[in-house]
Design a protein. Structure first.
Lengths: 206, 212
């Protein structure tokens, strides 16, 4: 399914469902972040729900690039509540996405600051009760987390959340050119790391 | 040129598609956002948070009250001072210090009294306006003498020029009593203002506690 969205004053065609790629007729939905933010400021709960629907994947992806998988879901809710509390401080309502991305990154840093004194983060490793594909996915996710910070976020948004490059740029407020470069360079490094991992596994089997 | 990695157009690369399928298992499982009732802006916000809230009004009222009390006290003291001077002048007139037929005109507010004698025409020289030419010096650095003079001035006790002579005897006691009364009134006004400010602060604390 495709949707047409106005983000930051720019219209974008966004692919949201990989399985139905190119098969279904595109439904056109025009929504403006500014209008939704104005409604939220007026006390419209439903409008905030729509912003949540539009941006929850972005927030999840940004958090996943920084904090353990098990903590992310709760932090997503937390980020949206913080944003709701601060929404009056948002100067340009068209920049809701970049503003929310910034809040998310700050929240992730805050999480690490708070947990530094309590315990080491060990739940990046697959738990005993996780399924084999999920364990493998977590393993690849850990490989992505070893990449430089600039590549982590776009790669996770691309592969985990299924967002396209233009969608990542539109939602996070980053320049499309830099997102493109980061995805390609990050992919190159990830291929190298995955190749090294396969070679290591092969050596262990022998 | 199609670029599947960038915008999912064109022929998908095998490893990219594999990563999509693998990592897609970790994607966000949407769950409804739980918004507390008090978290929504402009909803369930206490009316006290508006511009004309009770604490703000209380503070404004206290300030206005203090200003009015101050103005009243200053005006009253000026009037008393003027009356004292007028009485002094009257006494001096009755003692024969002024010409017969003259009367005292009191200018309230300015604190100045003039003696007007309608029978005696003012001298022509009195109406002349004397013009004193003052040469304005150019801006210069202050000399050592200037600093010495200033230091000397600072060491000397300050005496107000043309200050009225302090009242003596019974008059002094009356003036002192009036001074005490004025002080008591000022203290009362300050206590009232302080009580109102305390009330406003308590209200603000209560509101912020409820908001939390």
């Amino acid at each position: 399914m495709y949707e047409l969205e106005a983000t930051g004053g720019m219209l974008q065609v966004i692919g949201t469902d990989m399985s139905a790629r190119g098969a279904a007729a595109p439904t056109v939905e025009i929504s403006s972040d500014a209008a939704l933010v104005a409604s939220v400021r007026a006390g419209d709960r439903e409008a905030y729900g729509r912003l949540y629907d539009a941006y929850s994947r972005m927030v999840h992806g940004i958090l996943l690039a920084r904090v353990p998988y098990g903590e992310v879901d709760d932090l997503v809710q937390d980020v949206f509540l913080v944003a709701l509390r601060k929404i009056d401080s948002l100067r340009d309502a068209n920049l809701f996405g970049p503003w929310l991305a910034m809040i998310t990154r700050n929240r992730a840093m805050d999480f690490h600051r708070r947990s530094r004194d309590t315990a080491e983060l060990t739940d990046d490793l697959p738990a005993a009760n996780t399924s084999a594909p999920e364990a493998e996915a977590t393993e690849v996710l850990n490989l992505i987390r070893l990449l430089p910070e600039a590549y982590r976020e776009p790669l996770i948004l691309r592969f985990v959340e299924g967002m396209t490059g233009p969608e990542i740029a539109g939602r996070t407020g980053l320049a499309p050119a830099s997102v493109r470069v980061n995805i390609h360079r990050g992919m190159k490094l990830l291929r190298e790391k995955m190749g090294a991992r396969e070679a290591q596994k092969g050596a262990l089997k022998l | 040129m199609s670029d599947y990695l960038w915008d999912k157009t064109g022929e998908p690369e095998a490893d990219v598609e594999e990563l999509e399928n693998l990592l897609g298992a970790l994607k966000y499982k949407e769950r409804p956002l739980e918004i507390p009732a008090t978290a929504m802006p402009n909803v369930a916000r206490p009316p006290a948070a508006t511009m004309f809230s009770r604490p703000r009004l209380a503070i404004a009222a206290s300030l206005i009250l203090m200003l009015l009390a101050g103005t009243w006290l200053v005006t009253r003291q000026n009037e008393q001072h003027t009356n004292h001077l007028a009485e002094d002048k009257r006494e001096s007139v009755t003692n024969g210090n002024s010409q017969p037929g003259s009367e005292i005109v009191s200018n309230n507010g300015t604190g100045k009294n003039t003696i007007v004698n309608p029978t005696v025409a003012p001298k022509a020289t009195e109406n002349r306006v004397s013009i004193v030419k003052v040469a304005i010096p150019k801006r210069q650095r202050p000399s050592q003498q200037f600093f010495a003079r200033r230091q000397k001035r600072q060491q000397q006790p300050r005496v107000k020029k043309n200050a009225p002579a302090l009242p003596q005897g019974e008059e002094f006691a009356v003036t002192q009593e009036e001074g005490r009364e004025a002080t008591a009134k000022v203290m009362l006004a300050l206590r009232l203002a302080s009580a109102k400010l305390n009330f406003a602060q308590r209200e603000l604390q209560e509101i912020s506690r409820v908001e939390r």
